[in-house]
Design a protein around this ligand. Structure first.
Ligand SMILES: Nc1ncnc2c1ncn2[C@@H]1O[C@H](COP(=O)(O)OP(=O)(O)OP(=O)(O)O)[C@@H](O)[C@H]1O
Length: 274
């Protein structure tokens, strides 16, 4: 069974926050949802897990017992409880106990590098450790659908690698994983990638499909090649973008996922403004 949403439109506070969005979550795969601030990522994930009702469209999700959700910013963690107590609390709510719980807790804490921190207050953990604990809480009951809202935002690069390993392990165990991310290198490693802007889907498919959908022409130089609002810094270089095919003498470069998402967003803005 594949999970996901079909053609959902969501209206919040009188504004349309998602428009006709379709997302597929396939067991054994990671689906990444990317887009700028306010694109609608959190709303999409919350719709998928049944916390927001769409005004039209359909949601295909397992029962709450088979779903796991990690809200953004490790807000699913109780900071005044220890790591073990957090796990015991969620386990009680999930009806887990005894050797099954002990084995699962040992396995998850080891995989997350938290075994030695089991008795520490969650509020005293580093940001990355707290995110990893939040992940363990979301996946404790082996959900069939795991939904993660920006699991690695604000986490140091080493913890990001750890989190990605945990996410890949979950998918390898045949869980359907949907995650929003601000890190486009993570989106590039997902099986599928959905690019949102202003509540609309700009591109969707495998990372290769999304890269192939990059509109316009991208160039690299030491300074903007056109209007400042169509240029951005990447390391020591400046990327410049314009709609349409390359102009005479231009040397276009292939976009990576970050360039591609920016180009898609600029193109949508131009189309919207036209
Ligand atoms: N309860 C609400 N009432 C009205 N508007 C809302 C509500 N919740 C979210 N929005 C609006 O919906 C849009 C999408 O918000 P959402 O949080 O889904 O975006 P996001 O892509 O997750 O962004 P961010 O990464 O900044 O959290 C925003 O413009 C936001 O202001």
């Amino acid at each position: 069974m594949n999970w996901g949403v079909d053609g959902v439109t969501v209206v919040l506070g009188g504004s349309e926050v998602l428009h006709d969005v379709t997302l597929n979550a396939i067991p054994g795969q990671v689906a990444a949802v990317v887009g700028g601030d306010g694109a609608g990522k959190t709303t999409l994930l919350r719709t998928l897990i049944g916390r927001i009702l769409p005004s039209s469209g359909a949601v295909r999700a397992p029962s709450i017992v088979d779903s796991g959700f990690m809200p953004t910013g490790a807000s699913g963690v109780w900071t005044d409880l220890s790591v073990n107590e957090n796990i015991a609390f969620v386990a009680a709510a999930r009806g887990m106990a005894g050797p099954e719980l002990a084995d699962r807790r040992a396995e998850l804490l080891a995989a997350a590098g938290l075994s030695k921190a089991a008795d520490r207050l969650a509020g005293d953990l580093s940001g990355g450790m707290r995110q990893k604990l939040a992940f363990c809480l979301a996946i404790l009951h082996r959900p069939r659908l795991l939904v993660l809202d920006e699991p690695s935002t604000g986490v140091d690069p080493v913890s990001r690698v750890d989190l990605w390993r945990l996410i890949s392990r979950a998918a390898a165990a045949d869980t359907a994983v949907v995650m929003s991310t601000a890190y486009l290198d993570e989106a590039e490693r997902a099986a599928t990638c959905l690019v949102l802007d202003g509540g609309r889907v700009l591109a969707d498919g495998t990372p290769a499909d999304v890269l192939a959908a990059a509109p316009g022409t991208l160039t690299t130089g030491s300074a903007p090649a056109g209007p400042a609002e169509l240029s951005w810094r990447r390391g020591h270089q400046t990327r410049s973008w314009h709609p349409g095919p390359p102009r005479p003498g231009e040397q276009p470069r292939d976009p990576d996922m970050e360039d591609c998402v920016i180009a898609l967003t600029l193109d949508a803005q131009q189309t919207g403004a036209a």
